[in-house]
Design a protein around this ligand. Structure first.
Ligand SMILES: NC(=O)c1ccc[n+]([C@@H]2O[C@H](COP(=O)([O-])OP(=O)(O)OC[C@H]3O[C@@H](n4cnc5c(N)ncnc54)[C@H](O)[C@@H]3O)[C@@H](O)[C@H]2O)c1
Length: 314
């Protein structure tokens, strides 16, 4: 129940954030967004949200807390690209480590009830020893992005221990769905869908046998909503437990779209994990969450979205 509460969504103009904003508004929350629009887009943002064009690495972003007095913070604003983090680890940390610290500091100063963090399962565990990878797997990231997202979790643990600021950390698999940026470096389903719809051959890094756990944005939003009242002081995987190769995604999208050509292969990327799926036992037990969206259905909905946006642009 919203009970007149205000939810602040950092990164609310982004892919996952904009869906979360829609859902929070539908539940009756007053929603405030901080986003610097570095990858997010105003056209994705529900106009009913109060928008602050602000950079979380800058001190002025904390003033939003004074103005808006949020009860809950969903922290999604981040540098989200693994390859970018290997090219510019300092910038990655400025956003993901310092920016997160700034949001936590503002949250505790303004008596926020709970801080719900978008972490990563895909980039935190390195090459996992178990399949699917359990919630308590050792954390051994292979990239600066994985390291900086883990730092965000450690920061929250500190703020809870010292200042009693409650948190939940949600460690997502590869999230996909409508509004994902098809021009970025992350988000293979968006990138492939857009390329195929434009009649271009998608590029596959490496031989395409690498496996990921693809989880729908609707399921991820649901986990965030459930975490408002549950999962206090915990980190947990949010995935389907299923592994799907990049080649398989290519084939599924090819069938859905009716694409005629094969992919183009190029060198594997630095810092990418080879094979991962996430066991979400803790999310099941603590949040009552499990993935509901079937991959084939989710892919169809995503393709429909990209088809509609392509037509609208013509
Ligand atoms: N998409 C995935 O597969 C995935 C997987 C695991 C974790 N995550 C996490 O989920 C969150 C959301 O990711 P997404 O896929 O929606 O990415 P996204 O790039 O669409 O969203 C990130 C948003 O943060 C904003 N932002 C970036 N730097 C900022 C800054 N300095 N100040 C203010 N705003 C800033 C961007 O403009 C964008 O709107 C991120 O924290 C990401 O690490 C995503």
């Amino acid at each position: 129940m919203a009970d007149g509460r205000t939810a602040l969504v950092t990164g609310g103009a982004g892919f996952i954030g904009s869906h979360l904003v829609d859902r929070l508004l539908s539940l009756g929350y007053r929603v405030v967004v901080i986003d610097d629009l570095s990858s997010g887009k105003l056209k994705n943002l529900n106009p009913a949200a109060s928008f602050h064009h602000s950079d979380i690495t800058q001190p002025a972003s904390a003033e939003v807390f004074q103005m808006e007095q949020p009860d809950l913070v969903f922290h999604l604003a981040a540098q989200t690209s693994v390859p970018y983090s290997t090219r510019d680890p300092v910038k990655d940390s400025e956003v993901n480590v310092i920016g997160t610290l700034r949001m936590l500091e503002a949250a505790r100063r303004h008596g926020v009830e709970k801080f719900i963090y978008s972490s990563t399962g895909g980039a935190l565990y390195g090459e996992p020893k178990g399949d699917p990878c359990p919630d308590d797997h050792p954390v051994t990231p292979l990239s600066p992005y994985g390291m900086s997202k883990r730092m965000g979790e450690l920061e929250m643990e500190f703020y809870q221990r010292i200042y009693r600021l409650n948190y939940t950390s949600l460690r997502y698999g590869n999230v996909y769905g409508p509004r994902q940026d098809p021009h970025g470096e992350a988000g293979v389903i968006a990138i492939f869908s857009r390329a195929m719809l434009e009649g271009k051959q998608p590029e596959i890094f490496g031989d395409g046998s690498q496996d990921r756990d693809f989880v729908s944005v609707d399921d991820v939003v649901e986990a965030n909503i459930l975490a408002i009242d549950r999962g206090d002081g915990m980190s947990m995987n949010i995935g389907t437990g299923q592994r799907t190769s990049i080649n398989r995604i290519f084939e599924m999208l090819k069938d859905i779209i009716g694409f005629k050509w094969g992919p183009v292969h190029s060198a594997a990327r630095l810092g990418d994990v080879y094979r991962i799926s996430l066991e979400s036992t803790r999310a099941q037990q603590e949040l009552g969450w499990s993935a509901q969206v079937d991959l084939e259905d989710g892919l169809r909905r995503t393709v429909d979205y990209f088809r509609e946006t392509a037509q609208a642009a013509m």
